[in-house]
Design a protein around this ligand. Structure first.
Ligand SMILES: Cc1ncc(C[n+]2csc(CCOP(=O)(O)OP(=O)(O)O)c2C)c(N)n1
Ligand SMILES: [Mg+2]
Length: 365
């Protein structure tokens, strides 16, 4: 097998930055709500690390608030939280370029925020309000933003995978130079359509990164009970698609692997698979009591592997003052409270909206 097709692992990215990158106390210069770009992969400076920290924390606090609002009955239907997995989407977005497209499953709020969609709009949609991204008619699993190149939000397991290859086809056909970031779960990887997609993506050398978020469970079934073979990163071997296992709890390891996969795709070499090893702290959805795993297992992951705690330690080792970290925490908390207030103040959609955005055979109603 060619060297590029072998599964490797990237787990060593959490190197402390070099001494010359001492904390500067400057605020992070970037478009709000958008992970910082163009950060050197090997030695990100402190400002860049602070940006990554802020973006992960934003997702964490947003999801906690969504969980609270669900408990209060303000969010209906399904709601799948991303808590624990933040390093993956923040790390990948930080090595992407404007114009790259993103598509994922129903565990999607973090991806939306990382793509630059507003917390106000996402929260308003979760709460079924007029100012939501789908005018309050889509909810948690059905939000899109062409402007931010976010293509959903898909409730059917693995349905987004062939569509992700389609987005890559579009990049190639239109010569945009873009890459399709197609996220899927460890449960989705066993779907037949994934392998039809791998075949076509490899055959046509499509610029797509299949990011497997292996959070150890598909609903209540552990990956060891559901998936044959050891590394999910190997699943593209038959098609010559290179794969890498990555510590998905370490945003710097995600960035290193992501940058390599991006370069491969942009050089026109075809698809790439990244298996991010991660963990979801909450149940599958808000209605899951998670009896299939022990509290000790979850606590151990939270205490020993948390991606936000790990980056905070790197920041402190790099000389960032506790006060600065506390100020970021307070700022994010205020932003999330503001998003929640905005959502709850937004009216419910007008009943006339029942007749808009509906497609029937022969055209739009
Ligand atoms: C085709 C299909 N089969 C079954 C389901 C029910 N279902 C919803 S989520 C899920 C588990 C998927 O797990 P995974 O891909 O690991 O994603 P995670 O929820 O862990 O993010 C299942 C079986 C579905 N939505 N679609
Ligand atoms: Mg899973």
């Amino acid at each position: 097998m060619a060297k590029s097709s072998q599964t490797r692992s990237a787990t060593s990215g959490n190197k402390a930055p070099s001494p010359k990158t001492k904390a500067t106390n400057k605020s992070v210069r970037r478009v709000p709500g958008r992970p910082p770009k163009n950060i050197p992969i090997e030695t990100p400076d402190t400002d860049s690390l602070l940006g990554l920290y802020e973006d992960m924390l934003m997702i964490r606090r947003f999801e906690e608030k969504a969980g609270q609002l669900y408990g209060m009955g303000m969010i209906g239907g399904f709601c799948h939280l991303y808590i624990g997995q933040e390093a993956i989407v923040v790390g990948m977005q930080s090595v992407s370029r404007d114009g790259d497209s993103v598509i994922t499953s129903y565990r999607d709020h973090g991806h939306m925020l990382a793509c630059g969609m507003t917390a106000n709009g996402v929260m308003a949609e979760l709460t079924g309000r007029k100012d939501g991204y789908s005018k309050g008619k889509g909810g948690s699993m059905h939000m899109f933003s062409r402007e931010k190149h976010f293509y959903g939000g898909h409730g059917i397991v693995a349905a987004q995978v062939p569509i992700g290859a389609g987005l890559a086809f579009s990049h190639k056909y239109r010569e945009t130079g873009g890459v399709s970031l197609t996220y899927l779960g460890d449960g989705a990887i066993n779907q037949g359509q994934v392998y039809e997609t791998f075949n076509m993506a490899a055959l046509w050398k499509l610029p797509v990164i299949f990011v497997i978020e292996n959070n150890q469970y598909g609903m209540g079934t552990s990956v060891s009970r559901a998936a044959a073979g050891r590394a999910l990163a190997d699943r593209g071997k038959a098609y010559g698609i290179p794969g890498m296992q990555v510590d998905g709890m370490n945003v710097l390891a995600v960035r290193e692997a992501g940058a390599e996969a991006m370069a491969y795709c942009r050089e026109g070499k075809g698809p790439y698979i990244l298996e991010m090893q991660t963990y979801r702290y909450r149940g599958h959805s808000m209605s899951d009591p998670a009896k299939y795993r022990t509290r000790e297992e979850v606590d151990a992951m939270r205490k020993q592997r948390d991606p936000i705690d790990a980056l905070r330690e790197v920041l402190i080792a790099d000389g960032v003052e506790n006060e600065q970290i506390k100020a970021i925490d307070a700022k994010i908390k205020a932003e999330v409270t503001q998003a929640s207030d905005f959502a709850l103040a937004s009216p419910e959609p007008d009943p006339a909206e029942l007749w808009t955005d509906v497609i029937r055979e022969g055209g739009v109603i």
